[in-house]
Design a protein. Structure first.
Length: 191
């Protein structure tokens, strides 16, 4: 009888210790600064982007395309965010159309192509490419297409199924539901 009490107490101790450790690990906040802005793992995606000047214009289409809904309602996702510099190569009329006239449903479908399930950081992507002797790797998006990742001049690039390329600018930022990374061009977008 005493042996059973000791065993029960041991199991209770282990369970309480595991629960306490889990609580400590999940409450840890990871912050990373870039371009004078601090991004934090305890905030949702668009909350992290508020007041970040390098996506000031893109915030409009992120919100209109319900990027917050897409990224907040998924667990463990990786989001690739085009910076405002992606708009610089557009003609003024095309840029205005993209920012103001593309429907919210079209934008929502577009942003699904920028989100992949799971947390992928630059290290894991590079490691997978290296494990394939430098060959590109392919990952399926929430929009059900594939993103191709490859190295060019030792820099990381993404390519959509239409052949549009985007350079990885900076990344490995945590947010409440995963990772996000900044890229320099729009993908999956046709004029």
């Amino acid at each position: 009888m005493i042996k059973q009490i000791y065993i029960s107490l041991l199991f209770i101790f282990i369970a309480v210790s595991a629960k306490a450790q889990l609580s400590v690990e999940t409450s840890k906040v990871v912050e990373k600064e870039w371009q004078g802005h601090t991004f934090s793992s305890d905030q949702f995606l668009l909350d992290n982007l508020e007041n970040f000047n390098s996506v000031e214009e893109m915030i409009t289409v992120f919100k209109k395309g319900e990027l917050a809904f897409l990224s907040n309602n998924q667990q463990n996702v990786t989001v690739f965010l085009p910076m405002d510099s992606a708009l610089e190569s557009m003609k003024r009329r095309e840029k205005k159309k993209f920012l103001e006239q593309v429907s919210s449903s079209d934008l929502k479908n577009l942003w699904k192509e920028y989100i992949i399930p799971g947390r992928m950081d630059s290290h894991s992507i590079r490691r997978n490419i290296e494990n394939k002797n430098g060959s590109p790797i392919f990952v399926r998006t929430l929009g059900n297409h594939q993103l191709e990742f490859f190295l060019k001049n030792d820099e990381l690039y993404l390519k959509d199924y239409q052949g549009n390329e985007s350079k990885w600018i900076e990344g490995d930022f945590y947010f409440k539901n995963g990772f996000f990374h900044f890229i320099d061009q729009l993908l999956y977008y046709e004029e």
